[in-house]
Each structure stands twice: as C-alpha cells, then as structure tokens.
Write a protein that binds this ligand. Structure first.
Ligand SMILES: Cc1cc2nc3c(=O)[nH]c(=O)nc-3n(C[C@H](O)[C@H](O)[C@H](O)COP(=O)(O)O)c2cc1C
Length: 182
C-alpha cells in the first residue's frame, strides 16, 4: 500500500508539514512517496492507494501548480481516498472574519479545479521573518500586528498544531486501509 504526499511551498513550512505527514503515515505502516508538485519527476497519482495534498495560502490563493495538478489529475484522484491540508495564517487570526475567510479557500479551489476535496484540515502556518526580504518582512510584521500575531522579526514563529495534524493524518490512513479491504 503506497500513498502519495504531495506539497507546494514558497517559504518551506508546507514542506515541513508534508515531511511530518509522510513520517506519520510511514509509522502507520504505509509506503509513502513525498513529492513537490513542481517536480516533473513525481509519480502519477493513478498508481497510488491514496493521495494527500498540502498547500499554503499566499495572497488569498494556493499556488497555481496545485490547481493545475488537480485539474490534470482529478479523474485519477476520484478513484482513491484523498485529503487536503490547507496551510494559512488567517486560520489562527484573532479576527473571526480572517478565520472565516481562511476556511473558504478549499471550496474556492474546488470550484476552480472541479476536484472534490472530501477531507480537509486547516493547519496554521509559520511566519518566517528570517527568510523574508526586507519588504516582505515589513508587510508580514504589519499583518501580524493587525491580527494579534508576534512582531519579533529577529526569529521565525511556527503555529502548527502537530497533534491535531496527526489526528487528521490517522483518519486519512484509516480511510486508505478501509478502501483497500473494502
Ligand atoms: C507574502 C505572503 C502572503 C501571505 N498571504 C496569506 C493570505 O492571504 N492568507 C493567509 O491566511 N495566510 C497568508 N500567508 C501566510 C502563509 O500561508 C504562511 O506563512 C505559510 O506558512 C506559508 O507556507 P510556505 O512556507 O509553505 O510557503 C502569507 C504569507 C506570505 C509570506
């Protein structure tokens, strides 16, 4: 039984989440292929028993490589259990409006691609102040200040709830096992 864990990332945090997910699935006894959606060498999803996709929100949308992947492969993806991890900062905002907004992104992706996201987990991402250039650092500091986040730009800040993510991954692993036996 082999599962594909596919991710897109800009500053690296979603890769870290995908690596964590892959480790968790391996511990649950599954074979795992971990791949960046932009890597032309990744294996086609039709050969896997399940596919879990991790994607971050940047300026209100997921990377276009993720949308394109879903458009290209939605028919093959419909045949196996799938799950989607949406990575954003809005989901941990002090503002109820921002949190609600963050929850709308998977449905927007569904409308754009025609791919049905059956299982979604919203993971809070990271503020990577040390990775941003000057302008991005100032922009993200301003947004963090507005939404009750940290403004210390001398270090990175991670907000992912790893235990909640693990519980979601376990549910997905159970779906894959059930699909195999059912
Ligand atoms: C330039 C920029 C724009 C962002 N825009 C949004 C946004 O519109 N909504 C949101 O909830 N999070 C936004 N984020 C937060 C990212 O989703 C978060 O930092 C995530 O961890 C990035 O994942 P990555 O490191 O894999 O790229 C933004 C982050 C950056 C740096």
């Amino acid at each position: 039984m082999t599962v594909l864990v596919l991710y897109a990332t800009v500053e690296g945090h979603t890769r870290k989440i995908a690596e964590h997910v892959a480790g968790k699935l391996e511990n649950a006894g599954q074979g795992v292929i971990l791949a960046d959606v932009r890597d032309p060498g990744f294996a086609v999803p039709g050969r896997f028993d399940g596919v879990l996709i991790c994607a971050p929100i940047h300026i209100g949308r997921y990377p276009s490589s993720v949308a394109q992947f879903l458009i290209d492969w939605k028919a093959a993806l419909a045949d196996v259990p799938t799950a989607f991890v949406s990575v954003s900062l809005g989901i941990r905002s002090d503002s109820a409006e921002e949190r609600a907004q963050a929850q709308t992104y998977p449905a927007k992706l569904e409308r754009k691609t025609g791919f049905h996201i059956s299982k979604v987990h919203h993971a809070a991402g990271a503020l990577k102040f040390l990775e941003y250039d000057f302008f991005k650092r100032m922009l993200m500091r301003q947004i963090a200040a507005r939404e009750g986040g940290p403004v210390d730009t001398s270090r990175d800040h991670e907000f992912t709830d790893w235990a909640a993510l693990d519980a979601f991954v376990q549910e997905f692993a159970d779906d894959v096992a059930l699909a195999e036996t059912g």
